[in-house]
Structures are given as C-alpha cells and as structure tokens.
Ligand binder design. Structure first.
Ligand SMILES: Cc1ncc(COP(=O)(O)O)c(C=O)c1O
Length: 382
C-alpha cells in the first residue's frame, strides 16, 4: 500500500510517547501564555498590528513574487536599513522566515570544498542548512570553542562555524567572544543565529553579537527571526554589504521564494521602532526570566539558569512532560513541551517564555501552577 510505512512510524511514535497533534487556539485565549516566543509582548501591540494593516493596504496582501522578479518595495528596503542600523551591521536582507534566512546564510556561505563546523545543540534550521550546503559538516560538542578550534585545525580551505547565540531548548548562551577568536585565528567566518538573543540581549535588545562586541565585524554574519521579539513573521540576515549582495545572487531561499509579505514587514518595522523607543523591554524580559528561574528553583524544580528569555525545566519522560503541560493548561497556563526529536540530548522539558509584559504576580502564579502540577515521584510512563 502506498505510504504504508507511515502507519508503522505513527505506531512507533505513539508507543514512545512522541506523537504530536495540533490543538485549536482561539483568538482570545483565556490562558496565560508562557509557550509562545513573543518575548517583548509586541505581537498584539496596537502599533504593531496597525503597522501590518497599513502595509497590507498600501502594498497588498502578498509580495506577489521573488523580489528579484517583482521588485523591492520601499517598505522592505526601509526595514532592512533600520534592522542593520539597529544591530550595528552594514547591511541586511529579509526573508519569508527565520528558517529560510538560516538556510540562505549557511548554504550560500559554505560552497563546494568548504568546512562547516556546527554546534551539537544547533536549531533544526541551521542543521538543515548544513545538510543542504555543498561543504562538509563537522558537528562539534555543545558550546565548546576548543572543539571548534580542533575542527578548524584539520582544514585549510574556506570554513565557517555555525551556532545559535542562545540555544532554543535550554536557553543557554554560546560563548561568542571565544568562538569569534577561534574563527579569526583560522580565517574562518562565523554565522550566528540570534533568534533568541535579538530584542532581549545587548544594549536595548540589539542582540548577542552586539553584546559581544562583534556587530559590524567583517567576518561575522547574524541571522534572526522577526517572529519572536518583534512579534511578526519573517527572518533576516545581517552582515557586511558584500555578504548581503552575495546572498541576493546565491541564496536559493531568497531567489526562489516569494518575498516577505508586506504585512509582516510593516509589523516588524513598527515593532523595531517601538523597541528603539522603549529599550527597557529587553531588560524586563531578562528580569522576568531571572524571577521565573528563581521561583522554579526554589520550588525544587530542575530549571536551567537562563541567559536570555527562555526558561527550561526538565521532565522525567516525554509522557510525563505531556501530562505536566496538560495539567498546566487545565490550570490556565500555556507552556511549551519539548520532546525528542526537538531536544538534542533526548531529555524532555517544559519550555517557558519570559515575556517582558508579565507582571510579578503573573510570574509567581505561573511558578505555583508549574510546581503544583509537577510529575509525582516515579511518574514516567502512562
Ligand atoms: C534558533 C531558531 N532559529 C530559527 C528559527 C526559525 O525561525 P522562523 O520561525 O522565523 O522560521 C527558530 C524558531 O522558530 C529558532 O528557535
């Protein structure tokens, strides 16, 4: 039977407690949301939604084609100029998603005969970029500049190291200054995905590369998503103008993909301007994360100390994680539930987002709900 193997895979997944399914989400959910990535609380900010509406009315619902075919709107150009200036880079290019931005940067900067050095904790989009690139990939130990040095030392062709700035599962930060030093010693490029750092780390949310003193460096390229701190949708690559020009000419997810939708560009631009005016949102997201972590730890839970706004709590098994998240939801709290294959070490977690707009009372309430619904001792399987 065609696709017969799908049923076998589904059964294996079900037995391992790894089946995923979609849940409806009402427009006006009564749940306190610690699951989404709206770090600065901007996705529903009136200025941001108005930015989307105005852009759609002005430029249309869609970009109508690849920007190389349909042309580039002033809106896209403005967003790219302002993103690059805000983060301290020479130029920027926006994409229809952060995923597409990562595929673009990694594949276009790792030609045939090159070496890619990829952190074992990298996001799926960086991993897929490495898989699609023409170069050879070496996966190295997580957050380990010495491992990167060793990998680069085995090679004398063009090379690039690739990693998240803040890892999406545990919320820990990469050692960017040490990684940049190692790359420079070997004349290698450094591509960092600032999906979870942009808007949260660095001066007023200018991102992890800015915080590490790497903004504007000619050997550093930053990718980011517009869908987390900016509350919109889409992605971007920031770097030297010659790199950005190369992407326009060589990145398949730019050339063969419809440009970023005007509404998404308009919302992202409005959110970026708002962040420029309200830089305290970034520090607030970090403070919320710290309070959440302190509360969870005091409640005896195994929470990883957050370097940005992702707070991760370990669960004893995938099934226990699913039930824990369901109990939280029944108590009015939406939390993320990460299970294999979304966790590199096979350990399931609840993943919480520290939003800048959460009050102290809401944080403490969330801690009480999560602590009060924790798995019972020995609760692993159904
Ligand atoms: C680290 C990281 N990079 C890239 C992405 C992809 O970004 P987007 O959702 O805009 O495609 C995500 C998640 O969404 C992410 O967590």
């Amino acid at each position: 039977m065609a696709f017969g193997w799908i049923d076998e895979q589904a059964e294996l997944r079900r037995r391992a407690g790894l089946r995923r399914s979609l849940r409806p989400r009402p427009a006006d959910s009564p749940l306190l949301d610690l699951a989404g990535n709206d770090y600065l609380g901007l996705a529903r900010h009136p200025e941001v939604t108005e930015g989307a509406a105005l852009a759609a009315r002005t430029w249309g619902a869609g970009a109508t084609g690849s920007r190389l075919v349909s042309g580039t709107t002033e809106l896209h150009a403005e967003l790219e100029r302002e993103l690059a200036a805000f983060c301290g880079f020479e130029a920027a290019l926006v994409f229809s998603s952060g995923y597409a931005a990562n595929l673009a940067a990694v594949t276009a900067l790792a030609p045939h005969g090159s070496l890619l050095v990829s952190d074992a904790g990298n996001h799926a989009s960086l991993i897929d970029g490495c898989r699609l690139a023409r170069g050879t990939t070496q996966v190295v130990a997580h957050a380990d500049p010495e491992a990167v040095r060793k990998a680069l030392g085995t090679y004398d062709g063009p090379a690039v190291a690739v990693c998240d700035t803040v890892f999406s599962v545990d919320g820990d930060a990469a050692p960017l200054p040490a990684l940049a030093r190692v790359c420079r010693e070997h004349g290698a490029g450094l591509v960092v995905d600032d999906a979870h750092g942009f808007g949260v780390l660095g001066d007023g949310g200018r991102g992890a590369a800015h915080a590490a003193g790497l903004a504007g460096a000619d050997d550093v390229v930053v990718t980011l998503t517009l869908s987390k701190s900016l509350g919109s949708q889409g992605g971007a690559v920031l770097g030297p103008a010659r790199v950005i020009d190369h992407l326009v000419n060589a990145a398949r997810t730019f050339i063969f993909d419809t440009g970023l939708a005007p509404a998404a560009a308009g919302a992202a631009l409005a959110a970026l301007r708002l962040l420029g005016r309200e830089p305290q949102r970034a520090a607030r997201a970090r403070a919320v994360a710290a309070r959440l972590h302190a509360g969870l730890t005091a409640a005896g839970l195994q929470a990883v100390r957050p370097d940005a706004a992702v707070v991760s709590v370990r669960a004893p098994s995938p099934e226990a994680a699913v039930r824990w998240a369901a109990r939280c939801r029944a108590a009015g709290l939406a939390v993320g539930c990460f299970r294999p294959p979304s966790v590199p070490d096979g350990i399931s977690r609840l993943r919480l987002t520290a939003r800048a707009d959460l009050s102290g009372e809401q944080i403490d309430h969330a801690v009480r709900v999560i602590g009060g619904s924790r798995p019972a001792a020995g609760e692993t399987r159904p």
